[in-house]
Each structure stands twice: as structure tokens, then as C-alpha cells.
Design a protein around this ligand. Sequence first.
Ligand code: NDP
Ligand SMILES: O=CCS(=O)(=O)O
Length: 251
Amino acid sequence: MPIAMITGATSGFGRASARRFTAAGWSLILTGRRTERLEALKQELGKQVDVLIITLDVRDAEAVTDAIASLPSDFRPLKCLVNNAGLALAPEPAQKVNLKDWHTMIDTNVTGLVNVTHAALPLLIDTGVGASIINLGSVAGHWPYPGGHVYGATKAFVEQFSYNLRCDLQGTGVRVTDVAPGLAETEFTLVRTKGDQAASDKLYRGTTPLQAEDIAEQIFYIATLPDHININRLEIMPTRQTWSAFNIDRD
Ligand SMILES: NC(=O)C1=CN([C@@H]2O[C@H](COP(=O)(O)OP(=O)(O)OC[C@H]3O[C@@H](n4cnc5c(N)ncnc54)[C@H](OP(=O)(O)O)[C@@H]3O)[C@@H](O)[C@H]2O)C=CC1
Ligand SMILES: O=CCS(=O)(=O)O
């Protein structure tokens, strides 16, 4: 059975992707920081497929390298890496945010993603044709908005890193995609607002946001496309979300 590694599998897109790949019989390497959630997922999915859980903070380069270097041999033929672990913090204007929050976003969304990619690349290249790296970018990496500051910039990095990876991986058969969702109802806003459930509920109320399963379906679709097809970037918004007009500061 093909093997997928999913970072940030304890919630949202990552957990829904784990369930989607399970439904198709894939073996899974699931990572995240919350061990109890990983154990619950293994309990749920392990009845159907082989599941290896690893408690891992993607910001810790040494831990990431060690975890991937010490994968058991039956989990080494990696077919798909879903670089999903990530977060937004500090929805306030740039001039009001805490510098630590900016660092946390960069350390997770940029450094964490490259840590995992660097460690997993040899396994994906060994698999070769048909392997894929699916990076979770965001509409925020493409479209500016107030309060997007460093979060959007980290996702712009994900987009460009994905394209550049493609250049270097040409000839290996390994595909790379930047998946860029818009408004999606997960724990994302709860994390962004540091636990403000009312703010999270308010953002999603009265509209029809994407659900984690919608994105999981797209991730699975990309991972199972014929080997000769590479989707470079897939931007997905809910039908009820579009762009806003330019804001003009007037006297
Ligand atoms: N929801 C949305 O509107 C959108 C989200 N995205 C992106 O999609 C990805 C998934 O987000 P989503 O599912 O919505 O959010 P959730 O908050 O529901 O899930 C985020 C996941 O990332 C993991 N994570 C966060 N920090 C770390 C870390 N340092 N090390 C390891 N794992 C970490 C969390 O696990 P744990 O806490 O257990 O470590 C959790 O499993 C993110 O990259 C996000 O930026 C993109 C566009 C839209
Ligand atoms: O990446 C998340 C989507 S948004 O909050 O930036 O629109």
C-alpha cells in the first residue's frame, strides 16, 4: 500500500486528510505535537490501515531529521508528503503585534516546512515517479489583507518554495503542489485568536466556509493523479468568498 506522511494530523485539514487516505487504504505516518490526539487517531484509523504516529514539533530541525531518519523500513517508501502543519497568529495590524507571534509563524510555516521537506526528500526521490509533495499554502500568500502581515508572507514563501522545488526535482518524477485554500472552518481561527471561541464562531457564522473534508478531498485528488500530471497551485475558495476592493485613504 502507498504511504503518506501528514504533518499537523491532529486537527483540521491534516486529520481529515488522514481519514481520506485511510478510506483508500494508504498507510500513514501522522505527526503533530498533541500526542493524545495522535493516539486517538491511531485508535480510529489503525483498524483499517497501518498507522505510525510521531509526536513532533516541526520547528525542531533535529527532532524532524531524527524522526524521519529512524522511520521503520516498512514506512520508508514514502509516496506522498503533506506539509500541512501551520498556523496564523496575531490578527491585529502589524504595528500592534507581538514580535514573538511573528517568529512563531515563521518558525512553523517556513522553517518547519523546510525542515520536514529536507528530511523527507531522499525518501520521496527514492520512490520517484508518482511521488508528491503537497504543501499547504493559502490565499493569504497571494492576496494581501489587513492583519495578514507575516502569515501571508509565510504562505507566499510556501508558494515560491513549491515552484522552486519543482525545478530542482525535474527528472526525479516527484511532483510538488501548493494548495491554497481560502476561508475554511477548522481550529485555525481559534488558534489565531488564542482561544477566542466567540471570534472564531463569528467568522464562520452566516456563510458557508470550506470544511476540512473539502480540502482533504483535493489533497487526495492531487496525490492520486496520473504520474504525468503536476498541479502547480490549486487555489480553492468557498463559493461565498471573493476578493475585496482596494481601500483608499481619503482626507
Ligand atoms: N483554515 C483555514 O482557513 C486555512 C488554513 N490553511 C493552512 O492549512 C494548514 C492546516 O490548517 P488547519 O487545518 O486549518 O488548522 P488547525 O489549527 O485545525 O490544524 C493545524 C495543525 O497544525 C499543527 N501544528 C501547528 N503548529 C505545529 C508545530 N509547531 N509542529 C507540528 N504541528 C503543528 C497542529 O497540531 P498540534 O497543535 O497538535 O501540533 C494541527 O494539527 C495550515 O498550514 C494553515 O496555515 C490555509 C488556508 C486556509
Ligand atoms: O489561510 C487562511 C485563510 S485566510 O484566513 O488567510 O483567509
